[in-house]
Design a protein around this ligand. Structure first.
Ligand code: KIV
Ligand code: ZN
Length: 516
């Protein structure tokens, strides 16, 4: 990469991204995303917080076993038990990193940790020292660094680097900083910490004021050489810096940056769709890089300009980030092998022959209803919500919906619950409302519907509709997804998917809850 420095890309979609309410992912979903990140050449994948729950531990372990080219990282508070659990989960990794953290801002130390600053420094050093029993690749974060006293930060960073931290990550945990200020903080830390040359400076910015990417870029301009980010900007509250925006800003403005990442940007759109499909967080059409309109030109003047010379209005090429202009990839006559090969190219690997056969059967069903099958259709077809998993205790058996002018819509549903069939019929304001009421007559879930949204996966009236529902029960939030060319069927699938998820919801510890 010429004489420029390498910018390390640390993806935390599977950890901070999963902290978004409703974005929890199963172990297999995490492995699928991790494999897609590996294909994109992400340097470090933060796979989770192993002590949070047995499920999180297993997920980190599975990612560590499945991925060979990226470094796999596990998060741990500055506590012996967390570090030991992370070390254990990361054992199968080809290359592993432990990321340990403790808060350093006056408000966090006093109100959350109830610890004196002196004690915080000691605990940070102890954590890094313990993590070294497991790996030489150790990252330390002073949580809420963006609101910490700079002299205290310098003291903590010097001490942890001396103890063996190889990356020091500066989080703007609450998204409070402004770009000039955050860049200045990074520059001053690199100048003032006496052993700063012994560690990589990293940043981790939250988007509460919509500044996560701007703050990250300002930090890179001031010497940071690792950026922590997530696909589609997923993450706690307003999210983290969006990976795709950071990558493309640095790459497009190489005139301004003296570093670049080694990411394969052509994988960006595939990764974005995968994360959106799995989490049920749709991508807004006007989202930079990965939104459906990001490269669409509407007004006549723009179109004319682009047709004469694309540089007039385009600063990036759609194909460079993986937009394939809605390529028709398959049709009714495509065979099982072509289906499998195309999905492999999109990063989907089938766990078993049965899984492949099941997906292929549904592909044939879809091809009967829809002549042109696009990549987006294939990806939706194989999201876990559409592959009826063996362990799902509620399954759709059949449904019949009536919607007629002048009549009240009604829906008759048959569900299988733990292998036993139940029927219910209900009326409602519309066919979806009637169907959801019928499901509830069987499920009695006592959940509250917080969100219902429909997007078309491709264009045209024969497109599959992709439905997302968010259910809440006693403070637990899950998202369900379903897709079908019939949007009432898609809606029912999404609701059942959410009910199954809420039934399997596992309590887990939040890393930033304040246990010390
Ligand atoms: O936002 C934050 O401070 C974090 C830390 C755990 C790095 O996510
Ligand atoms: Zn964070």
């Amino acid at each position: 990469m010429s004489s420029k420095d390498k910018l390390i890309i640390f993806d935390t979609t599977l950890r901070d991204g999963e902290q978004s309410p409703g974005a929890s992912m199963t172990r297999d979903e995490k492995v699928r995303i991790a494999k897609a990140l590996e294909r994109m050449h992400v340097d470090v994948i933060e796979a989770g917080f192993p002590i949070a729950s047995p499920g999180d531990f297993e997920a980190v372990k599975s990612v560590a076993s499945a991925v060979t080219d990226s470094t796999i990282c596990g998060l741990a508070r500055a506590l012996d038990k967390d570090i030991d659990r992370a070390g254990e989960a990361l054992k199968p990794a080809n290359s592993s990193r432990i990321h340990t953290f403790i808060a350093t801002s006056p408000i966090h130390m006093k109100m959350k940790l109830r610890m004196e600053p002196e004690h915080v420094v000691e605990q940070a050093v102890r954590a890094v020292t313990r993590a070294r029993q497991y790996t030489d690749n150790i990252e330390f974060s002073p949580e809420d660094a963006g609101r910490s006293d700079i002299d205290f930060l310098c003291r903590v960073l010097e001490a942890v680097i001396d103890a063996g931290a190889t990356t020091v990550n500066i989080p703007d945990t609450v998204g409070y900083n402004l770009p000039y200020q955050f860049g200045g903080l990074i520059r001053q830390l690199i100048e003032k910490v006496p052993n700063s040359d012994k560690a990589i400076f990293s940043v981790h910015c939250h988007n509460d004021l919509g500044l996560a990417v701007a703050n990250s870029l300002s930090a890179v301009l001031n010497g940071a050489r690792q950026v922590e980010c997530t696909i589609n900007g997923l993450g706690e509250r307003a999210g983290n810096a969006a990976l795709e925006e950071v990558i493309m800003a640095v790459r497009t403005r190489q005139d301004m940056f003296d570093c670049d990442s080694t990411l394969d940007a052509t994988q960006i759109v595939t990764c974005s769709r995968l994360v959106s499909n799995i989490t049920g967080f749709p991508v807004q059409p006007n989202k930079s890089i990965v939104g459906a309109n990001a490269f669409a030109h509407e007004s006549g003047i723009h179109q004319d300009g682009v047709l004469k010379s694309r540089e007039t209005y385009e600063i990036m090429r759609a194909e460079d980030v993986g937009w394939s202009a809605n390529r028709i990839v398959m049709g009714k006559h495509s065979g099982r092998n072509a289906f499998k090969t195309r999905l492999n190219e999109l990063g989907v690997e089938f766990g078993s022959e049965e899984e492949l056969n099941d997906a292929f059967a549904r592909f044939k069903d879809l091809a009967d209803k829809k002549h042109e099958i696009f990549d987006e259709d294939l990806q939706a077809l194989v999201t876990e919500s559409n592959l009826e998993a063996e362990n799902e205790h509620i399954k759709l058996v059949s449904m019949k919906v009536c919607s007629e002018t002048g009549e009240t819509p009604s829906s008759a549903i048959t569900l299988s619950v733990d292998g036993k069939e139940f029927n219910a019929t209900s009326t409602g304001g519309g066919p979806v409302d009637a169907s959801y009421k019928a499901i509830e007559e069987i499920a009695h879930s006592e959940t509250e519907l917080q969100l219902y949204s429909v997007n078309n996966i491709t264009s045209g009236t024969d497109s599959q509709g992709e439905v997302t529902v968010r259910l809440e029960k006693e403070g637990r939030i899950v998202n369900g997804q379903g897709s079908d060319t019939d949007i009432v069927v898609a809606s029912v699938r999404a609701y059942i998917n959410a009910l199954n998820k809420i039934g399997q919801f596992q309590e887990k510890e939040h890393p930033q809850s304040g246990d010390v």
